[in-house]
Design a protein around this ligand. Sequence first.
Ligand SMILES: Cc1cc2nc3c(=O)[nH]c(=O)nc-3n(C[C@H](O)[C@H](O)[C@H](O)COP(=O)(O)OP(=O)(O)OC[C@H]3O[C@@H](n4cnc5c(N)ncnc54)[C@H](O)[C@@H]3O)c2cc1C
Ligand code: FES
Length: 302
Amino acid sequence: MTLKIPRHDINREPFMTQSPDFNRKSQLLQTEHDYKARIIATIPLTSEEKLFQVRILDPNVRERFSFLPGQFIMVDLPGCGEIAIGIASSASNHEFIELCIRKVGKVTGMIHRLEAGAVVGLRGPFGTNFPMQKMQGSNVLLIAGGLGFTTLRSSIYWVNEHRPDFKEVNVLYGARDPSQLLFKYQFEEWRKVYNLNILTIVEQPDESWAGPIGMITQLFDEVPIDPDDTFAIVCGPPVMFKFVCSHLSDLGLPRQRMFVSLERRMHCGMGKCCRCNVGSTFTCQDGPVFAYWSVMNLQEAI
Ligand SMILES: Cc1cc2nc3c(=O)[nH]c(=O)nc-3n(C[C@H](O)[C@H](O)[C@H](O)COP(=O)(O)OP(=O)(O)OC[C@H]3O[C@@H](n4cnc5c(N)ncnc54)[C@H](O)[C@@H]3O)c2cc1C
Ligand code: FES
């Protein structure tokens, strides 16, 4: 007699029975060490965000530097402060790292004033990553709101570089208004070359906007979602997780196949300062990437 295993029994999901090794700690750099990097280009994206391309000065460190989509790095501006920033570039790019930074306060304001040639300190990479390898062979739904799209970008590069490994890839992206849509200059290439279905929506249209208007969940009506064979990554403000993940759940997607990035205020990035806790969870080490089912009931998480 053959034993039928229910598809959505989380204890039987292959990645739930293995000990998670999303960090690949053994393969990554000693993260307590810091190193210098030169800004080689600054690219204004919107009125608030700039893309910084930074190149690690030491060629040996540069060659060894590796990260996975969803991880972040600490950027140090001596005399000013240090901040956590998600890595927005391709994990296969060993020439430079791309950081999309929104100007919100002291350190980000100072970084926005820097030009090509300036040197900054880096530590990392830190934290957990989106389990891209576990998603192979399935459909992928990449969902972002606002600045969350920058956290998603390295996953998009990953999918593009391993495109035959994935089935349908849908990218749903919502922003406040059309001028806030990040990296839209890449959308055409991603659609045509990598066969991604990218849908955008804004809350406040301007006269140039001919696309859909409203909340990101409206886009779910536009894409077929096979709940038995889809993984979702959701990046954006915490308030978004709740309604997006509930909506996905209503469509039948198991919560252990939804991944979110919790970006709390961080100081050390390595589990020492207790600044980033949600309950007993250190978002810098246990996260920032979590399976939704593991944080949905954590008070203050979402
Ligand atoms: C894992 C992770 C990844 C991140 N990735 C990016 C990224 O790719 N691009 C980017 O622009 N920012 C990112 N951030 C947020 C970034 O770290 C903060 O914007 C930055 O620390 C603000 O520093 P500041 O000195 O300029 O602001 P401050 O002067 O310290 O604060 C200015 C304002 O921003 C608020 N603020 C500061 N930090 C945060 C935070 N983490 N979340 C919400 N509000 C905050 C403060 O409450 C205050 O209102 C990330 C944060 C984390 C934890
Ligand atoms: S940032 Fe210091 S413990 Fe998490």
